[in-house]
Design a protein around this ligand. Structure first.
Ligand SMILES: Cc1cc2nc3c(=O)[nH]c(=O)nc-3n(C[C@H](O)[C@H](O)[C@H](O)COP(=O)(O)OP(=O)(O)OC[C@H]3O[C@@H](n4cnc5c(N)ncnc54)[C@H](O)[C@@H]3O)c2cc1C
Length: 393
């Protein structure tokens, strides 16, 4: 009998998850609001996380990571996001940027950055979106013109998470003709002369800080080109398949934490002589949310498992990305309402969670773009099948 479908996690995975959950409960959850008010991460906390091996779980050991699989990285992310969604945002950005740097960068150039990142000493950023729009990223306009041993970057990126806190960014710029095939990716240290960053006053995600990055004739060494010239767009699309599944887990952890807390608080409160949870009007929305969150979480884990097996997972990743953030927002909203008026204040975490998870209905690509990705994959598969069918006839 085959045992290939296995939902259990190993003792090693559980041990790492326990470390993350314990750290989250002690060091992250109590300061979730404080970090929002301060509008930045406390660097000592990041250093502690680096020491515990919580950054770069899936990154090769030669770059400072633990060299584990993507499912394990997802489980650790889930554990941390139960306590602080924004630290999770940093972890997803680390996973995406590290996968691009390790896969496409010159090892001697990227290694010091990756080591600093996994140690919690530096923060990465992903700079793809431009003022002209994020959905049509293939038509970006930031220029990178080759000049001897450097590329000169000129233009503006916007909506960059961690814009003012990051030490480096992966930046996409136009090195060739129009469209996706004229785009290259670069590792750009953000202290280079000619770079100015600024921060937005956001609805949520305030400790991550989203902002703009201006490039005024910035000379980036040509050794910092990631992969082949004009191949940068194709590379990032592969990376997004990973971050989209992680984002699903990131937001669903917030939803699950809200559900766990709400079951408890609703059982303790009563109305009309019965516990709130004895009223179907309260228990059923929570039961439905539990069902949906469980299903979406399994989809995210399956997507990471597909990645670990080297199997295609583009459509699944896009499903995680459009469904997860929408579901998380709706679930936190349900929990907020069931907790009554107190949850409409800053005394309880639901209002911050609601504002935080909303951001990822935009960040990393909107639901419309995800559904386009799924549709293209499905139509492409059908075309392949019908061509094969015709060949077989
Ligand atoms: C919290 C947060 C964090 C972010 N972090 C980063 C980051 O770190 N790095 C980065 O580069 N970007 C980041 N972004 C930007 C994000 O990737 C973009 O917001 C997103 O790609 C959408 O781009 P846009 O906002 O310019 O909207 P637009 O592209 O202008 O789209 C506007 C609306 O039109 C819809 N639309 C556009 N084209 C189509 C189409 N062809 N079919 C159907 N509908 C369409 C969109 O779905 C959207 O609803 C972040 C955004 C947020 C909110």
């Amino acid at each position: 009998m085959s045992h290939s479908l296995n939902f259990s996690i190993t003792e090693d995975q559980q041990a790492l998850v326990d470390v993350a959950r314990d750290f989250g409960q002690r060091r992250l959850a109590p300061f979730y609001k404080q970090r929002e008010v301060e509008g930045a991460f406390d660097r000592d906390t990041l250093l502690e996380m680096g020491k515990l091996g919580l950054f770069g779980v899936e990154l090769a050991e030669e770059y400072g990571g633990l060299g584990l699989d993507c499912v394990t990285a997802g489980l650790v992310l889930d554990a941390i996001c139960r306590s602080d969604y924004n630290i999770g945002q940093l972890m997803v950005t680390m996973s995406l940027s590290a996968s691009l740097l390790a896969r496409h960068g010159e090892p001697t150039v990227v290694r010091p950055w990756l080591e600093k990142m996994t140690a919690g000493e530096t923060i990465p950023a992903i700079a793809l979106t431009e003022p002209g729009g994020g959905s049509d990223a293939a038509n970006l306009t930031l220029k990178a013109i080759r000049n001897g041993d450097t590329y000169i970057l000129d233009g503006e990126k916007t909506s960059t998470s961690f814009a003012t806190q990051a030490g480096f960014a992966v930046v996409w710029a136009r090195t060739g003709g129009p469209g996706a095939r004229g785009v290259s990716a670069f590792l750009v240290p953000l202290d280079l002369p000619g770079i100015v960053t600024s921060e937005f006053a956001d609805l949520g995600g305030r400790s991550a800080g989203r902002g703009a990055v201006h490039f005024d004739r910035v000379a980036v060494p040509s050794s910092h080109l990631l992969g082949e010239e004009n191949q940068g767009f194709i590379q990032v699309m592969q990376g997004f398949d990973y971050s989209r599944a992680l984002i699903g887990l990131q937001v669903l952890a917030v939803a699950q934490q809200s559900l766990d807390e709400t079951w408890r608080s609703a059982a303790e409160r009563s109305s009309m002589g019965r516990a709130l949870t004895d009223h179907q009007g309260v228990a059923f929305p929570l039961a439905e949310a539990e069902t949906h969150v469980e299903a979406c979480r399994l989809l995210c884990l399956k997507t990471l498992w597909l990645k670990d097996q080297g199997l295609p997972h583009t459509a699944e990743a896009a499903m995680c990305k459009w469904w997860g953030p929408k579901l998380a927002f709706e679930t936190v909203q349900t929990c907020l309402l069931i907790n009554g008026h107190a949850a409409y204040t800053e005394e309880l975490p639901y209002e911050q969670r609601l504002r935080d998870v909303l951001g990822l209905q935009l960040g990393d690509g909107t639901a419309q773009i995800m559904k386009l990705v799924i549709a293209r994959q499905k139509v492409g598969q059908q075309r392949k099948t019908s061509i094969q069918d015709r060949r077989d006839q």
